[in-house]
Write a protein that binds this ligand. Sequence first.
Ligand code: AMP
Length: 408
Amino acid sequence: MLQTIESLKDLQGKKVLVRVDFNVPQKGGVIRDDNRIRAALPTINYLTGKGAKVILMSHLGKIKWKEPDPAKIEEMKKANDMACVATRLGELVTTKVHFCPATHGEELAKAVADLKDGEILLMQNTRYEKGEEKNNPDLAKEWASLADVYVLDAFGSAHRAHASTVGVPTILKQEGKPVAEGYLMVKEVDNLTRCVEVASSDRPYVAILGGFKVSDKIKVIDSLLKKCDKIIIGGAMAYTFKKAMGEAIGHSPCEEDQLDYAKKCLEEAHGRILLPVDSIVTDSFEPTETRTIKECEGGIPDGFQGVDIGPKTRELYKKAILEAKMVFWNGPMGVFEQKEFQAGTLAICEAIRELKGQAFTVCGGGDSASAVKQFGYKDDFSHVSTGGGASLEMIENDGHLPGVDVLR
Ligand code: AMP
């Protein structure tokens, strides 16, 4: 059963441990995009407003624990220090934000004990602990001992069964302590569940898949083939499908070991999969002045690779999208990082803008969400997810995520 933070009673003075997703893009402590911090503010402000002592934990970046050189581990830790996030959070809320550089032990326990009602403590990066990603029971026990209540608001991490997302709430539940979902979590799960459960009023349901690899999205394609009326495919992954149909793809990226899978999908889809009928191709991926970029219909000649969908495909895809009552999109249509190859991804954004108010439209995080924000179309979508991996996994697993399953 879903328990929201609003159903939590008597929060005054309670220690509420909130797992947030503050995995923001940053370098040297300079945050490029604070969207993920902002996305957690409704939950944080609600809890501090009720007089709770709010203990925040999140991961930031990656620490490769397999690295044998301890000095390199220290470098990775330094590169993913959470202190900059505490500073930014402090600018976004009206209450006091403390930062604890420790992730366990007396220093952390003392920081929690010193916290006053309505204040916030952000703990150092959860991944400073080797046991976090392994869901180490001792670590989960220590973190759980800090809290009276647990709240999950880290949608972007809810597909990972780590100590902070699954271990801690499991222990607190066993101890009979309340666990709940924050506002962001509820919003994300509700919107993505709609893309999984598919009411008849949400048909036609059109999925748009792009990005690099077919192999990364096999389970998503399988799931969407069962649910969708049409699947639009673009990006590099389209060329594996094109080759499976026997078309020449030049030097476009192709996963040879996925050709049989692509063929099987096309057969099962009975015409519901749309593939590019033309492409923007180039003889060099590198942005050199002398490279040749051209439109190409049908097969792609040797020496050239497809880097975006072409103008006819843009029209074809736009038409299919405009007929939809629900759209789920994950993955760019081309190499949108280069201006010359943005048109395909932009055309999808434009189609969604035209659909505004007439259909339920979801952008499932990751690179497509970056493109949507970069191009200024965020407000045209019903929902832009903060979690790429998590939203794909919700689609793959029929609405289930480890972090959500523990709580509900
Ligand atoms: P993914 O992480 O699988 O969603 O892939 C996103 C990446 O795919 C982006 O960095 C795009 O630049 C890249 N991409 C999309 N289309 C192509 C293409 N036709 N050729 C090479 N890379 C592409």
